[in-house]
Design a protein around this ligand. Structure first.
Ligand SMILES: [Zn+2]
Length: 421
């Protein structure tokens, strides 16, 4: 009997330490002046959102705020679900103009890369990005460590769906020297034969990848549609989707035929390829660099503008054709006066320049993104039962999408990250 009491006392103490006792039953009530549902593009006014145990418990206009609830007054603001970036590189950072990612990648240890991730993850979250799909270039699984650290509450950051190491044909995105081939590792998992592809997918999953990222066509030899289908099926067996970096028309066509979930970049996709992507329900994560961000790639202003215009043209065509698009930035720059979050939100400029309607941009950043990364039942909307990933901005983004650059409140998993700036 004594043993039992001791055991329960210990259990209670453990529960107390883990915070589950104090969190249990603690309700937060958010007064939302305006509440946006991106999926329908509608706005409700004067809503109350009740949050309990990380999740949304109730939403309504005439809700009674329970006694003892913590009240957050956002009655003068517009409230919406947290944003998504479907193409982040949290553990990679270069100075603007440094085009030589290879030497940057081999100079920095995995530990250093993880510390970069600690900084960028916090910056993304503070800018309103509560979920990211992180698509590789994280040395030796710095991304898995970062995700674990965020999930364990060691450091603040978005929900991370990480790709681990990028799987690619020999050489990856590098140009190696014959006598130092090993320098391409660990950044990439080279996989040319079926056996290597199988092993690469499994090894990646074993070390924490939640999505598989492949580079289809950064070499003269590219993955065929059969190669890609093989990788997609192997990933699927473990419940993972595949994101495919495609720079060429043929690469994009192979990826679509191979059944990937998303095409990353796809800058050179023809109308026919975009049509094909639409038919096969492949999502385009366009990473449409604004002019300024294209310069950070190390391009002179004239070339940056040229590239930006190519991106813009493809963006307009993709929207017109009706390919499902999700927001993704590909930002890995360290720019004075900017954070990774402010850089990521600056990609809005491309979408406004291409005259994509605000409602669709919002869907790219929430609904479409949540569907793509596979968390649509948990995140990407403010609905009862979903995680409380909630942000606030001064104006209604359906009227002025640029208000997303002024996020004043961020809640992730029911926890307030930033409030009032
Ligand atoms: Zn990228």
């Amino acid at each position: 009997m004594k043993n039992h009491i001791f055991f329960y006392a210990l259990l209670l103490f453990a529960l107390f330490l883990s915070g589950s006792l104090s969190a249990d039953g603690q309700i937060t009530a958010i007064k939302a002046g305006k509440l946006i549902e991106p999926e329908t593009g509608t706005t409700a006014v004067n809503q109350i959102i009740l949050v309990e145990n990380k999740k949304i418990k109730a939403i309504g206009g005439g809700l009674q705020i329970p006694a003892g609830a913590t009240v957050i007054d956002l009655s003068k603001a517009t409230v919406l679900p947290g944003l998504f970036d479907c193409h982040s590189h949290l553990c990679q950072m270069t100075s603007p103009g440094d085009r030589d990612l290879f030497t940057t990648d081999i100079r920095q240890s995995t530990a250093y890369r993880a510390i970069i991730g600690v900084k960028t993850a916090k910056e993304m979250l503070e800018a309103g990005f509560t979920t990211v799909r992180d698509v590789g270039n994280n040395a030796n699984y710095a991304d898995t460590s970062l995700r674990n650290a965020v999930e364990n509450g060691l450091v603040p950051g978005p929900t991370i769906i990480n790709a681990g190491r990028i799987i690619a044909p020999f050489g990856g995105q590098y140009h190696l020297r014959p006598e130092r081939v090993e320098l391409g590792v660990p950044e990439y998992l080279f996989a040319d034969t079926r056996d290597e592809m199988l092993k690469a997918v499994r090894e990646n999953i074993h070390f924490g990848a939640l999505v598989i990222k492949i580079v289809v066509d950064d070499q003269k030899y590219i993955y065929s549609s059969e190669d890609i289908k093989f990788i997609v099926e192997e990933a699927q067996k473990a419940g993972l989707k595949v994101a495919a970096h495609c720079m060429t028309e043929q690469g994009a066509r192979n990826a679509i035929e191979g059944g990937v979930a998303s095409i990353e970049h796809g800058f050179q996709m023809s109308d026919e390829a975009l049509e094909l992507a639409k038919q096969k329900r492949v999502v385009l994560v366009g990473t449409d660099f604004p002019e300024k961000d294209a310069e950070y790639l190390g391009l002179d202003p004239k070339t940056a503008l040229l590239f930006h215009n190519i991106f813009l043209d493809r963006l307009k065509r993709a929207y017109k054709i009706g390919v499902t698009m999700a927001y993704g930035t590909d930002s890995f720059f360290d720019v004075p006066g900017e954070t990774r979050g402010t850089l990521a939100i600056s990609y809005l400029d491309s979408y406004t320049e291409a005259q994509i309607p605000a409602k669709y941009i919002l869907q790219m950043m929430t609904t479409n993104a949540a569907n793509l990364v596979g968390v649509e039942k948990e995140r990407g909307a403010i609905k009862v039962g979903m995680y409380a990933d909630i942000i606030a901005v001064p104006e209604n983004p359906l009227d002025n999408i640029n208000t997303l650059k002024k996020v004043s409140f961020v809640m992730k998993n029911g926890k307030v990250i930033t409030q009032n700036r």
